[in-house]
Write a protein that binds this ligand. Structure first.
Ligand code: ATP
Ligand code: MG
Length: 339
């Protein structure tokens, strides 16, 4: 029997990178799952506050992110969809696991190194414990539900490896198979990069609004942002992420947003488009992205207006997630000697 678990932070409206790299796969897994597969998807708000959030803004983003998960096609009757902080077992297990987590290992995590290098909250001797222990909470998220498979984007592979080590370490220390080391399902789509700085990944929490294409963007906004995307001075088209990150990112977006069916890879796609100007490529990318985003945006707008239905779905999801988590928390507490 399979249990699929994954999460997304309510740190903003999900962008095209989130969709191509993660959310699209969540929906596909749901729609292709056999009846005995359990699917659990969480809005990980406890992770979101590892970076300082404005309370009013966070509440709004939580609501919008929940609506977005429904808008992309997750069905609350089939998948358990919930806000992480509604299920206290996540934080409880995190504490227990953190007592056995190595600080040396955590300090080598790429995301920690990136965020401490780039964010004001991280630098200048102002490093936060919550951000540092982020992977421990993430391990607790998947382990508390006995997930067998965790679909994530490439940037999260390292954290999942950590989760497996935590599970194995716990089992070795306390004996038995209390925790289940999960398998990572890496998304077929590679990282989508920022439109403004194509050597960095597209992120919800980056200050530059033009760096990301939101799943709520209007057709005009999509056209405008892609038109302004940073490329290079070479007028020809070629796929070379190392030397030509901007153009290659546009080809990636085109490939994963729909052209994937017709071409072997991005190199072949670039060959097919030979002779097109960068301007023409951008127009083509914009059209393709609009085709992906427009129906999602329409569903999102409709869903966001039905607050009662959203709240009922979140309430129902939390109840199911609490049940799923309780089983593991009890066996962990027993193993440790807490009861
Ligand atoms: P933040 O900047 O707040 O960390 P984020 O955009 O990185 O936001 P997350 O909530 O951290 O989004 O990640 C949600 C999922 O989206 C994860 O599975 C992650 O691997 C995937 N993901 C995030 N950014 C990208 C990207 N640029 N390309 C592909 N997948 C991505
Ligand atoms: Mg992230």
């Amino acid at each position: 029997r399979k249990t699929i678990f994954s999460g997304i932070q309510p740190t903003g409206v999900p962008h095209l990178g989130n969709y191509l790299g993660a959310l699209q796969q969540w929906v596909r897994l749901q729609n292709e799952a056999s009846p005995d597969t359990t699917l659990i998807y969480s809005l990980v708000d406890l992770h979101a506050i590892t970076i300082r959030q404005d309370p009013t803004q966070l509440r709004q983003w939580k609501k919008e992110s929940f609506a977005m998960l429904l808008a992309i096609g997750l069905d609350p009757k089939r998948s358990i969809i919930f806000h992480q902080s509604d299920v206290s077992a996540h934080a409880e297990l995190m504490w227990i696991l953190s007592c056995g987590a190595s600080t040396g290992y955590l300090g080598r995590m790429t995301q920690w190194k990136d965020k401490t290098a780039s964010s004001s909250s991280g630098s200048g001797g102002n490093l936060k414990l919550g951000l540092f222990s982020y992977p421990v909470l993430q391990a607790a998220d998947v382990l508390i539900h006995r997930a067998t498979h965790v679909p994530v984007g490439h940037d999260q592979a390292q954290h999942l490896e950590f989760a497996r080590q935590v599970a194995n370490g716990f089992n070795e220390t306390y004996g038995g198979d209390v925790l289940l080391p999960p398998e990572t399902l890496i998304s077929p789509a590679k990282r989508i990069m920022s439109l403004a700085e194509p050597k960095k990944k597209m992120s919800k929490s980056h200050a530059n609004l033009k760096s990301r294409l939101l799943l709520t963007d209007s057709d005009d906004a999509i056209r405008g942002k892609i038109k302004a995307a940073l490329t290079d001075s070479d007028a020809s088209l070629s796929y070379d992420p190392g030397q030509r990150p901007g153009v290659s990112n546009l080809l990636d977006i085109l490939f994963y947003s729909g052209e994937m069916i017709d071409f072997e890879d991005q190199v072949e796609l670039a060959k097919h488009l030979e002779g097109h100007s960068i301007k023409a490529l951008k127009e083509k990318v914009a059209l393709t992205v609009i085709n992906v985003v427009a129906p999602i945006r329409a569903d999102f707008d409709r869903l966001l207006h039905d607050e009662a239905a959203l709240e009922a779905a979140a309430h129902d999801g939390a109840e199911k997630a609490r049940k799923s988590a309780q089983v593991t928390l009890e066996s962990v507490k027993k193993a440790v000697g807490l009861f």
